[in-house]
Design a protein around this ligand. Structure first.
Ligand SMILES: Nc1ncnc2c1ncn2[C@@H]1O[C@H](COP(=O)(O)OP(=O)(O)OP(=O)(O)O)[C@@H](O)[C@H]1O
Ligand SMILES: [Mg+2]
Length: 262
C-alpha cells in the first residue's frame, strides 16, 4: 500500500481540511409573533458538501433558508458565511455576500413575465453591468446547456413544464458562479422521472462546482441520493443529523416515524 492509499479520504473531506465551514449556523431562534418556529438550530456545511434538510410541513425549513440568505433576521443566534457573521452587515455588504449564493425558491422559481433567456440573464444584468452583452448572451447559453435547456431560450415560464422551470431556476441560481447553493424543494410536485433528473442534475452541478449546498426536501429518496448528510428538523430543533444509514439506525421515535412514512 503506498502513502496515498493510507491517507485516502473522500474528496469532500480533503477539501474541508483546515478550512472553516462555508455556512455555520449556531443556536438559531426565530419566532413570528407568539409562534416559535426555530428553537436553537445549529448546522454547518463545508465546501463541496451537500446537506439535506428534512422535516414536516411548517417546521421552518424555508424560514431557515431565508435566514441564511439574509431575507429574515434571527431573534437569537448567529449565521456565519465564510466565517463572517451576517448580522449587522450593511446592506451593500450583505448584497455582496448574496451574489455568492445561488438560490432556488420553493414557489415561483422564475419571473413569469420574462423569457427563459431573460430569467437566466437577470442576475448578470444586475450584478455584472461591466460584462459585454455578447458575453452575457454566451454565458446564458452555456448555463442553459448545463441544465439541458438550451432549446428553450425564447419560451415563457408558463410554456414549459414544472421540471423544466426548476432546471431554468437552477441555471439562474448558477449565473454568478456561487460558492453556496440553497435549494428549497427542487423536486416538489414533479413526477418520479423528472425528480430523478433533477437529482442527477444537482449531483452533476455539485461535482463540477464544489459548492456548499443545502437542499430542503420532503423527498427522502432525493435526500439520500444527493446529500452527504441529512438533518431532520422537528419542533424547531435538529432531531438528528448524519448519513442516511445513521438515520436508519436511530431509535428516536420521531426519526423512525418520519422514515416509516417517507
Ligand atoms: N413571514 C412570516 N410571517 C409569519 N409567519 C411565518 C412567516 N414565514 C413563515 N411563517 C410560519 O413559520 C412556519 C414555518 O414556515 P416554513 O415556510 O419555514 O415551513 P416549511 O418547513 O418550509 O414547510 P413546507 O414543508 O410546507 O414548505 C409556518 O407556520 C409559517 O406559517
Ligand atoms: Mg418550505
Amino acid at each position: 500500500m503506498d502513502t496515498m492509499d493510507q491517507v485516502a479520504v473522500k474528496p469532500g473531506e480533503a477539501e474541508q481540511e483546515g478550512s472553516a465551514s462555508v455556512i455555520a449556523v449556531e443556536d438559531l431562534h426565530k419566532s413570528f409573533g407568539s409562534q416559535k418556529v426555530l428553537n436553537g438550530i445549529s448546522l454547518t456545511v463545508n465546501r463541496g458538501e451537500t446537506l439535506a434538510v428534512l422535516g414536516r410541513s411548517g417546521t421552518g425549513k424555508s424560514v431557515l433558508l431565508r435566514l441564511i440568505i439574509g431575507l429574515e433576521k434571527p431573534d437569537l443566534g448567529s449565521i456565519r458565511i465564510h466565517g463572517q457573521d451576517i448580522d449587522g452587515l450593511a446592506l451593500d455588504q450583505l448584497g455582496e455576500i448574496r451574489t455568492k449564493m445561488g438560490f432556488l425558491f420553493q414557489h415561483a422559481a422564475l419571473y413569469d413575465s420574462l423569457t427563459v433567456e431573460q430569467n437566466v440573464a437577470f442576475p448578470l444584468q444586475h450584478h455584472k453591468k461591466e460584462m459585454p452583452a455578447s458575453e452575457k448572451c454566451a454565458r446564458v447559453r452555456q448555463l442553459l446547456e448545463e441544465v439541458g435547456m438550451e432549446g428553450a431560450l425564447q419560451k415563457m415560464p408558463s410554456d414549459i413544464s414544472g421540471g423544466m422551470q426548476k432546471r431554468v431556476g437552477l441555471a439562474r441560481a448558477l449565473a454568478l458562479e456561487p460558492d453556496i447553493l440553497l435549494l428549497d424543494e427542487p423536486t416538489a410536485g414533479l413526477d418520479p422521472i423528472s425528480s430523478a433528473e433533477i437529482n442527477d442534475l444537482v449531483l452533476k452541478l455539485q461535482a463540477e462546482h464544489h459548492m456548499a449546498s443545502i437542499v430542503v426536501t420532503h423527498d427522502l429518496h432525493s435526500a439520500k441520493t444527493i446529500a452527504d448528510r441529512l438533518a431532520l428538523l422537528n419542533e424547531g430543533n435538529v432531531v438528528i443529523e448524519g448519513s442516511f444509514e445513521e438515520l436508519q439506525k436511530s431509535d428516536d421515535g420521531f426519526v423512525r416515524e418520519f422514515l416509516r412514512y417517507s
